[in-house]
Structure formats: C-alpha cells, structure tokens
Design a protein around this ligand. Structure first.
Ligand code: ATP
Length: 490
C-alpha cells in the first residue's frame, strides 16, 4: 500500500471517529460487558466464558499488543538505524580464536555486485551489531550464531547479506532457508534481500508463505527461501519442493515472537530436525527471556553469542504527578485544564480500552484539539501512517491504548498522560509498561511530564505501588488551581 493510501485510510478513520462518540456519550457506566458473544482483537467471535478464562473481563476489554504486529509496525515506521551507544557483548564458542570485527563492508571481501547492492541501499559502514555478526556469519568453516539486539539495530540487513553472500548462484536449488513469524514480516525481509541483491541477477528468492501454491514434488530452483514456519515445513516435508539436506544456512528471525505462538515454535523445531548437522544456524531475537534462550539452545548448537543491550530507560528527567478525579468526565476536565495552562509540544495519552480511547478522541476533537487515535482495530499500515503524521507534528495529541507504548520513540513528546493506569492481569501496577510509556533514554535527557489520572482507591493504590517500585515521588496535582499547576510544572 502506498503512503498516500495509508494517509487516506487514516483520514477516513479520523473523520468517522466522532460517529463512534454517539455510542459512548451515554452516561451509562457499564461495569461488566453483557454475557453475549463478543469479537476479539482479530474480529473473531469469542464467547464470554472463554474470555473470562483468559483473564476475566478486566483484561478481556483491554487492547492487547500483538508482538508480530508490533514488530511489523516498527519496521514500517523506521527509516534508519536506531541510535545506540551500548557495548556489544560477544561470547565466542571458541574463546581462544581471535575475535574479528569489521569497520567497513570492504573488509568482508564480498562479491563486488553484492557490495554494490549494500552501498546502493545507503549503508556506508556496518552497524554495531553487524561489525561483529557479519565476520562470524561469513566465516569459514561456518559458525553458528545467536544474536540479540533491539529492533532497528540492523539484524535483518545482516542476515540478508549473509544469505546473499553464502549462496552459490550456479547451483539451482534452495541453499538458504529463512523463517519468520508472519507473512507480512517474511515479505519485509524478502524486500531487503531483493534490494540488496539487486545486482546479483542469478540469485533468486522464493516466498514460502500461504497462498503461494507450487506444483508438488518439483524442486525449487531459487537459492533462497523465506517464509513462515507452517508453509516452509510443508514445502520441506509434504510437497518436497525443498530438499532440507541441501540447506546449508538456516535463519530463524524474531525468535521471541516466534515462540509466543506454540504452533510456530513446534514447526520451527520440526524444520530444524530435517536439516543436516553441518547446516549453519543463525538465530535472531530482539529480547532474550529464559524461554527464548531455551528455544535458541535447542535449535542452535555450539553457538557464538552476540548481545547488544538496550539502553535503559529512566525516570530521572521526568516530573511525575497524579490528579484525583471522580470519573471519566472529571478526568477529561482535568486534561482540558492541563492543556489550558501549559505549553505542550506534543502529548501522548494512554487509555486501557479502545472504547475509552475513542470516547476521549471524540471529546477532545470537539474541544478543538488536533487529535490522532491509535488503537488495535486499525491495520498496521494505518497505525504506521498515524504515527508518521504525529511525528511530523500534524497532530499534537496522540491517544492510544497499549498497542503504541512500546518501541515507539517520539522525541518531541513532552507530556504523557495515563488516562488509565497500566495494570497487569491481576490488577497490580504494571511497572514495566509504565516505564515504557513515560521513560526516556538517558542519552536524550529530554525533560518531560507524566500525569496519572486517579479515579478510585484501587488506582491510588497503583500510584503508590509505582512510587515504591521506582522509588520516585509522584506529586499530587490540583488541575483547577492554575497557579499551583504552573509552579509545579515549570
Ligand atoms: N549498516 C547500515 N547502515 C545504515 N543503515 C542500515 C544499516 N543496516 C541496517 N540499516 C537500516 O536500519 C534500519 C533497521 O535495520 P534492520 O531492519 O536490519 O534492523 P533489525 O534489527 O532487523 O530490526 P527489526 O528486528 O525491527 O527488523 C533499516 O531501515 C535498515 O535499512
């Protein structure tokens, strides 16, 4: 979809938002959804009983984050490497062997047509992770690698380069297999390979994704196959389009997202079992919880390990407040007061449910604010377009549910409002999400304000929990006292 059509889709979405308001201005506070069939985040009908099993009504209504979508969104809105000053940790399989790192792409001795492709993409020098990962991935004899670094640090570009460099174009069979959690993510990787391999006309790529039906038993001639685990497994076993014994490089991307789906995890392991022991295994992940680590060890034997830690977010440069309100209307008034008395560059407002976000969007629009809404029912492309517009300052306020709290860094945001406080499934403070929403990386050192709306004893308790967790005071704010407001927030 072109950018223009995303923007058009967003315009339509925004234009229709006030209509949604009609449903929510009714002064009926429903404490519990009726016992009916309701749609889930994907539009599937889910019986109320099932929803209750999955964490009860409290969590059932909250907008949920889909990891694969979040990852795709990050890819769509990113145009360059994420700035990072953290050190790379390298754990070599053989600690006695010299550690190679490269500062230029020339040092990798790539084929000239591939080097041309790299430069043609505007890459001047390897990124931090690429400096170490590329020599390992291209080493002879081949070495296995597990690499973890936050999204946007150049992992996809690194393994795309490795695959393009690895294949022998004269051999007309599949040599590199890359699996990714979703169709859309696989397409994104494919685009990088196609762009980077632009001057390598003999290297061909096939997409092992749903809907791509090929004749059973006729072996593929493409040297690189990128796809989702289910289809790739079928291509290897059921349709025999790929001979897994001839695969010499296996790439597993977004391992953390992959294992979040049990089916994908199992399919990945089944593909892995078909491969030979000599096949080079490369696994990438943005995060590294224990579960990812266990999976990685299962799939990658004797690995070299590269880790690039994410720069920690801190609350040091943020002034935190809370405002006591009676209900959502009262919260809305408090928000308007804040706006009336402060010069705010841009603000992000977090709500727990899509419904609340839509209500707030509609009401702030009526008050004359330029507001953008970002919530789970929008397509990833629409969300990317909304974020782009917000980044470019077209709207000054972004209202969102949790779908937007991670990974998206809008530097000019000076105020974050928790219209609803972040809670976990048990109703306790979700400190991690709180930090993601309002935290800043020390590097930018930008000052900011965070305002938490408190409308019950429970939410007051959450504020205390957050205070204790971060050992930072959250100051009470009276938004109807303009003088105090100006003094505290200056
Ligand atoms: N060496 C480089 N020089 C300049 N830009 C680069 C370099 N490597 C990658 N990029 C660009 O940086 C951005 C992020 O790279 P890439 O997609 O490879 O990161 P990633 O770690 O795989 O992130 P994600 O996991 O979200 O896909 C892309 O726009 C890519 O084109």
């Amino acid at each position: 979809m072109s950018r223009d059509s995303w923007a058009a889709a967003v315009d339509v979405q925004e234009a229709t938002t006030p209509l949604v308001q009609l449903d929510f201005t009714k002064k009926v506070e429903r404490l519990r959804p009726p016992r009916t069939m309701r749609g889930d985040i994907n539009g599937n009908v889910v019986p109320e009983e099932d929803r209750a099993e999955n964490g009860g009504w409290r969590s059932g209504e909250a907008d949920r984050v889909d990891l694969a979508e979040q990852s795709l969104l990050n890819k769509l809105i990113r145009h360059s490497l994420v700035r990072n000053r953290n050190q790379v940790e390298v754990l070599q399989r053989d600690p006695t062997s010299p550690l190679y790192s490269v500062k230029t792409f020339e040092e990798l001795r790539l084929k000239p047509e591939l080097l041309r492709g790299v430069y043609n993409m505007g890459f001047n020098r390897p990124s931090r992770i690429q400096e170490n990962a590329l020599p390992m991935m291209l080493a002879q004899p081949p070495q296995n690698l597990i690499a973890q670094s936050q999204s946007g640090t150049g992992k996809t570009a690194a393994f795309s380069l490795a695959m393009l460099s690895h294949v022998n174009p004269a051999n007309k069979w599949t040599q590199c297999l890359c699996i990714s959690p979703t169709y859309e993510l696989a397409l994104q990787i494919g685009q990088v390979i196609e762009q980077m391999g632009k001057f390598c006309p003999d290297v061909k790529l096939a997409y092992g994704i749903r809907g791509n039906r090929l004749e059973r038993g006729v072996k593929l001639q493409e040297q690189i196959v990128i796809g989702t685990p289910g289809t790739v497994l079928d291509w290897c076993t059921k349709y025999k389009l790929i001979d897994p014994k001839k695969i010499t490089m296996f790439v597993l991307d977004e391992a953390d997202v992959m294992i979040a789906t049990q089916g994908h995890r199992d399919q990945s392991i089944r593909i892995h079992r078909q491969l030979t022991k000599d096949c080079q295994m490369l696994l990438f992940s943005a995060t590294f919880e224990d579960s990812v680590w266990r999976f990685a060890e299962q799939v990658v034997s004797d690995p070299n390990i590269i880790r690039l830690k994410r720069e920690e977010e801190t609350l040091d440069t943020i002034k935190q407040f809370y405002v006591v309100c009676k209900g959502k209307e009262d919260k809305f008034t408090a928000l308007c007061n804040l706006y009336g008395s402060l010069t705010i560059a841009q603000a992000m407002i977090f709500c727990r449910t899509r419904k609340m976000a839509a209500w707030l969007t509609a009401n702030l629009s009526i008050e004359g604010h330029q507001v953008a809404l970002l919530s789970g029912e929008m397509t990833v492309e629409q969300r990317a377009a909304v974020i782009e517009r917000f980044r470019n300052g077209k709207e000054k306020v972004l209202i969102t549910t949790n779908v937007c709290s991670r990974g998206i860094d809008v530097e000019q945001v000076s105020l974050v409002v928790n219209f609803d406080l972040p809670v976990d499934l048990d109703g306790n403070a979700d400190n991690e999400t709180y930090l993601h929403r309002i935290g800043r990386t020390g590097r930018f050192g930008r000052r900011g304000f965070a305002v938490n709306m408190v409308d019950s004893e429970h939410s007051m308790d959450i504020v205390h929990q957050i205070e204790m967790h971060f050992n930072r005071k959250i100051t009470k704010l009276d938004t109807s006292n303009l003088e105090e407001l100006e003094r505290l927030m200056s």
